[in-house]
Design a protein around this ligand. Sequence first.
Ligand SMILES: [Zn+2]
Length: 180
Amino acid sequence: MAVLEILKYPDERLKQESVPVEVFDDELRTFISDLEETMRAGPGGVGIAAPQVNRFQRIVIVDISSMKKSGMKKPPANSSQHGRMVLINPEITEWEGMAMGREGCMSVPDYTGNVIRAERITFSAYDEHGERHEYQCEGFEARAVQHECDHLDGMLFLDRLVSRRTDLFQRKVYQTKDKS
Ligand SMILES: [Zn+2]
């Protein structure tokens, strides 16, 4: 296992669209292990997408149960959460409701932002063994899946802010005397 290097905004490669996985072999599974280790090594560590480590295939991992202290509030435990999900060639088919929520990204380490996402989604994806599964997610888990799937289309949460002026926040808040 290895921790892989994360591409950071404004690296142009983060805008690249990823292609579907066609071969489910040991090489893929080794890569997914490395991708997961990279996710767990990072601050926040609730999701990662293959293009963030310079591999442009439609692979994401989401595990909000592993959420670490990162300045973001941990969502309340929810019995409908899935734990670790390896999602290959994910396809979101239903979106329900809308909510604003705070997001961070390993490729945008210095900022968090308020982003509007669907509250509940239905989607399908293949696992690392090539088996297809259907999922329903809600709340923060649904948000994480939508965030990671955006990476597969070359989008960052920065692209979804309504306003950079009011919805973008620096992660470290420095005390300053000038409050105007
Ligand atoms: Zn991200």
